[in-house]
Design a protein around this ligand. Structure first.
Ligand code: BGN
Length: 279
């Protein structure tokens, strides 16, 4: 279905010396065969992750409790690779974290930002999280120093992507992976609920943010074609300019959705939601 070239060549691993090599896909002979689905291997390799995809450090109490929220539709293969790669990564960083996959039900236009709001709303009911990391299902960090933690400011964690030759394509980019404390997310009323289709929903929340140095935030994006139902929506461009005036009424405060199912999987929780369709 997707044009996936997920398994880096050996040279890819050598290129990123700071990437701990046990995490190189190439270290796993099984995964050299691109046909295999890595979910079984991911389950096998992460016995300490509790059912439903939660993990916390054994010998200490983490200061941050982190909900990782992934907006989702029809990307099973990406999700399995993401889990395979990220569970060891997050455990190495001694995170107290849970994974929430928020799946948009139905065929209407994709609304990434609204799904992220749903993820927030559902995660706070599930555990006492104080940090929220919103991540695309197709981006994995390449450096263990890129801490999956919240900071004093909202944090952009994926500004150095391989698909942009590890350069920031424009200053206000705030997409891919972003981290908000609970306090900050409430303060900005979450993301907008009104961006249907591709583009702009992330740009809108670019304000006072921080970024790690670009070598630390190097990340890899799984190659794929644009999803059906998530075509670029040029109307979104106009909304960005009115962000401030919409902010208080469009976001967590106006969020409406219906949970279709809440399923615990071995390495994550999946919440399928009806978020409606564009007006
Ligand atoms: C931008 C998109 C972002 C996206 C980045 C990176 C828009 C709004 C038009 C001004 N913004 O072009 O949403 O994260 O590309 O892919 O489309």
């Amino acid at each position: 279905k997707f044009n996936i070239s997920l398994i880096p060549s050996d040279s890819y691993c050598i290129m990123f010396k700071s990437w701990p090599c046990f995490q190189c896909f190439t270290d796993l002979p099984l995964l050299k065969n691109k046909v295999l689905d890595p979910i079984e291997e991911a389950i096998f390799q992460n016995p300490d992750v509790s059912f439903g995809g939660h993990s916390k450090p054994k010998n200490c109490t983490a200061l941050q409790r982190i909900a990782i929220i992934i907006p989702f539709r029809n990307r099973e293969t990406h999700l399995h690779y993401w889990l395979f790669y990220m569970h060891p990564f997050l455990q190495k960083q001694q995170g107290d974290y849970g994974i929430y996959v928020i799946e948009q039900h139905g065929e209407s236009k994709f609304n990434r930002a609204k799904l992220m709001n749903v993820g927030y709303a559902e995660a706070v009911k599930d555990y006492d999280y104080n940090c929220f990391i919103f991540s695309d299902v197709d981006i994995i960090p390449l450096d263990l120093q890129n801490l999956y933690r919240c900071s004093k400011k909202p944090k952009h964690m994926a500004h150095s992507l391989d698909k942009f030759n590890f350069r920031l394509p424009y200053k206000n980019l705030f997409g891919g992976i972003v981290a908000f404390t609970k306090e900050h997310y409430l303060k900005v009323n979450g993301f907008s609920n009104t961006f249907w289709g591709w583009g702009g929903e992330d740009d809108e929340l670019f304000q006072s943010i921080e970024r790690a140095s670009s070598n630390i935030s190097r990340a890899r994006v799984f190659k794929h074609k644009r999803d059906r139902g998530n075509e670029r929506n040029l109307q979104n461009v106009h909304m960005i300019y009115k962000a401030k005036s919409r902010m208080n009424d469009d976001g967590l405060s106006s969020l409406k959705y219906t949970v279709i199912s809440f399923t615990k999987h071995r390495l994550y929780k999946k919440i399928t939601v009806d978020i409606g369709s564009p007006p």
